[in-house]
Structures are given as C-alpha cells and as structure tokens.
Design a protein around this ligand. Structure first.
Ligand code: PA5
Length: 442
C-alpha cells in the first residue's frame, strides 16, 4: 500500500489540517462506501477489485493469449479514459521502450488519441506489413478521434485479411447496451468487452478498458487486481491513518492556502504516462464550477534543468507530490577513473540509486526553502501488485478530494462541451442549430 508522508508540507499547513476536516472526510468516505452523494451512479470502481465480471475477466485473458499468438502488433484505439490507463500501466511496468525490447509479446501502438494526420500515417506504416489486431475502446462509442481512427484500421485489416479474417482481429470495448460502436460490434460480430455503466472513463483502467491491452503486453493482471484489492480493503477503514484521507486533506489544505497547482513528480521516466493518467483523473474530477487544483507533472531530475527555475523561484502557487519507488529492479555502480578528469572519484563505488536518493533529499529541501510544500507518496516497488494498489489509492483519494471540494467528482460536463461543438462544426446530423450559431461567431 502506498504511504503518504506530509511532513515536508507541515510548515505550510495549519496544525489542524487533518482534524479540521475530519467530519468532511468522514462524509466523503461514507458517500463512497455507502454509494451515495453526487455522481453515485458512477461509484462502480469503489468495489471493482472484488466485484467484477469473472466470466469476462477470463475472456480478457483468453483474448490476450490469442492476440499474443496471432499478432506481432496490437493497435489500441481510444482517447482520454479509454486510453491513458493502459498506456500508463504498460509504460510503468514494462517500459516506455516496450516496443523496442526483445520480447515474446506484441508491440503495442496507441491510435485515436488525437487528430494528427502524420501520427496516424506513421502508425499505419509501422503495422501494415505485420500481423496485427485492433482493440477499439470507446464507452460512448461516438467520440470522433477513436471513431475516425477505427474506420481507417478496420479498412486496413479488411484489405489485408478479408472481412471474415478482420472480424477475428477486432476487439471492441464499449457500453453494454448502447452507442454506435456497440451497434457496429453486434452487427459485425466482433468479440466485445464492456465498460460498466457505473464506471466513468477515467476510473476504468481496472476494467476491460485497461486490462486487455495491459494483459497483451504481458503484465500480470491478477497481481494488478490483487494490489487494487489490498488498497480497497485498507482504504475502506475510516480515520486519520487512512492514506487517501491524508493525501486528500493535505492537498485540500494547501489549495485553501493558495497553492492552486499540484506538480506530480517522479524520478522514474517510465512514470510519465502514469502522470498523464493522474492528470486526467484529478483534472476532470475536480476542475469544475470555477474551482479545483490544476494538476501538472514533472519528470525529475530532467525537469529540474528546465522547470526547476520556476519551481524554485516563480509564483508561489505550487505544491509538489513526489511518487517514489522504494526499491529499484537492479543496480549500477559508478566506476573508478584513475585520472579523475571529471572530479567524480568521490562517487566511485557508490550505486546510482544513492546519487538519486541524495538528489531527492536535496531537491525536497531546496523546494521547501523556496516555498513549495512537498508531499511524498512511497510505493514499495515497480511491480504489478504495488501499481494496482497505487491506482486504487489515487482513485479513492480523488473521490474523497472531490467531495471535500464540494463538487461532483464523477461528471465531466466540460469535456462534453467541446465534443458537441466539434460534432456541430463537422456537420453531424442533429447539431444543425448549434452549427449555425457557432459559425456566426467564427
Ligand atoms: O473521462 C472521460 O469521460 C473522458 O475522458 C472519456 O474517457 C473520453 O472522452 C473518451 O470517451 P469515450 O470512451 O466515450 O470514447
């Protein structure tokens, strides 16, 4: 289970930062545990680690094995909550260089997460002469970016394998009952997986949305779910020892003190997409009604040489949350240089992790001295069980945080606004009035 350390934020928080929020925390916790409060229709993720469809879970594993045996590449089509979780876990647990590694699992390419012609052309080029399958993921089934990309890859598969052959290489993850993708998958006979009605996109990584691509990449999804289950059991206990309460209360206290931006920092480059997933989770859950911490991310130590100046001396509206992995997978020892030309012999024989540890300690103190409170979330190691627990921890803390902020953490009306404008401007039937109104303004 991740551990939260608030000691480096305490100088910036009133002594009562946790006690003064106790009743609000209790209420937020009770809403999640008792399935009530704004957005409670989307509380399905709270018990997901124990309450999921076992039959579908077994089919996910079977489909992953089939893709591993008949495909050199899997194209995962989706955007937002239908994209970021899978990429986050694959990069964190396998590698950002996963496709370059020697392995017996397929390469994974992500498409439909933007509208770049060049990016799509490149992905087509990378897969077209190889055996590949497609996992198209869209809860609504109507999001433009993945729908357009899916048309293109569906055509590519049909040209390559014929209609029947293509059918057996397309896996559709969508709503159980409605939507254009659901209709298409039923008509064409694709293997289907479900985004549960009561789980929103940004909370869906532990459903088929994330689990199928993650399993294809060779990650142990049993361990991932077990880790989430560990966290679910522990975080169901109310009280000051609850790590999600601590994180939610500390960030809420810092926000009230004018710290409007949270920088999620990590010293592991493989964490980059986990931070993207976290940004969506917190940004979509809290950024509404003209309120909410702006979630941003930095990669240390690289960004200390770019954003470091601003963090140290720019406007004082920031706090940092540093995610640390207690153990590394291996070790590198700094070699000796008899000439000592670079003057680094004082480090000879020291492990690189020792240097990283001193960097962490030095950065924390410097940033605190510069007026940037620091929270630390420590995770045992970069393995599937710990990462499953980390996912659930951030989800639970996000639900608690949103309720502390007195918003509905489970809707995203702002995302819908842009989607509607795009439909209208593209001339989608049913949006004629909006189109006319928007074009007058352009
Ligand atoms: O969190 C959300 O609801 C959004 O980010 C969606 O996940 C994103 O817009 C994709 O939607 P869909 O899965 O319906 O294509």
């Amino acid at each position: 289970m991740p551990k939260v350390d608030v000691s480096n934020a305490l100088p910036f928080l009133p002594a009562s930062w946790l006690a003064s929020r106790e009743s609000a925390l209790n209420e937020a916790h009770a809403r999640l545990q008792e399935n009530r409060g704004p957005g409670s229709d989307f509380h399905g993720w709270v018990r997901l680690p124990e309450n999921y469809d076992r039959e579908e879970y077994a089919r996910i594993k079977t489909a992953a094995r089939r893709i591993q045996s008949d495909s050199e590449a899997l194209v995962v089509i989706g955007i937002g909550g239908s994209y970021l979780g899978a990429r986050a876990v694959i990069e964190l647990l396998q590698s950002p260089n996963y496709n370059l590694k020697k392995k017996d699992t397929p390469d994974i390419f992500f498409a439909g997460n933007g509208l770049s012609t060049d990016a799509l052309l490149e992905t087509i080029e990378l897969v077209k002469d190889r055996d590949f399958s497609v996992n198209v993921i869209s809860k609504s089934g109507t999001t433009t970016e993945p729908a357009v990309a899916f048309r293109i890859f569906k055509n590519l598969l049909e040209e390559k394998y014929g209609k029947e052959g293509a059918k057996s290489r397309i896996y559709a993850t969508t709503d159980a009952h409605k939507g254009a993708l659901k209709g298409l998958a039923d008509t064409e006979g694709y293997e289907e997986f479900v985004v549960p009605d009561n789980v929103g996109g940004r909370y869906s990584v532990l459903t088929a949305v994330g689990l199928l691509p993650i399993a294809v990449a060779g990650v142990d999804i049993d361990a991932l779910m077990a880790g989430a289950h560990d966290a679910m059991s522990e975080l169901a206990q109310p009280g000051a020892q609850n790590a999600a309460w601590q994180y939610a209360a500390a960030r809420n206290g810092l926000y009230e003190d004018g710290k409007k931006i949270e920088l999620l920092a990590c010293y592991e480059p493989s964490f980059r997409f986990f931070a993207e997933w976290w940004k969506q989770l917190y940004g979509e859950s809290e950024g509404k009604e003209n309120r909410g911490i702006f979630p941003a991310s930095v990669e240390f130590t690289a960004d200390l040489h770019s954003m470091g100046q601003y963090i140290q001396e720019g406007e004082r509206h920031l706090f940092e949350t540093v995610v640390r992995f207690a153990a590394c997978g291996g070790e590198i020892t700094i070699p000796d240089d008899p000439q000592n030309v670079d003057g680094l012999n004082f480090l000879t024989g020291k492990p690189l992790s020792f240097v990283a540890e001193q960097a962490f300690r030095g950065v924390t103190l410097a940033h605190m001295d510069g007026g940037v409170p620091n929270l630390t979330v420590t995770v045992d190691s970069r393995d599937a069980r710990s990462v499953g627990a980390l996912i659930y921890f951030f989800e639970y803390a996000c639900g608690v945080s949103g309720y502390l902020l007195e918003v509905n953490p489970f809707d995203q009306p702002g995302v819908e606004a842009y989607k509607k404008n795009m439909f209208a401007l593209l001339g989608k039937p049913g949006f004629e009035e909006r189109k006319a109104e928007l074009e007058k303004r352009l």
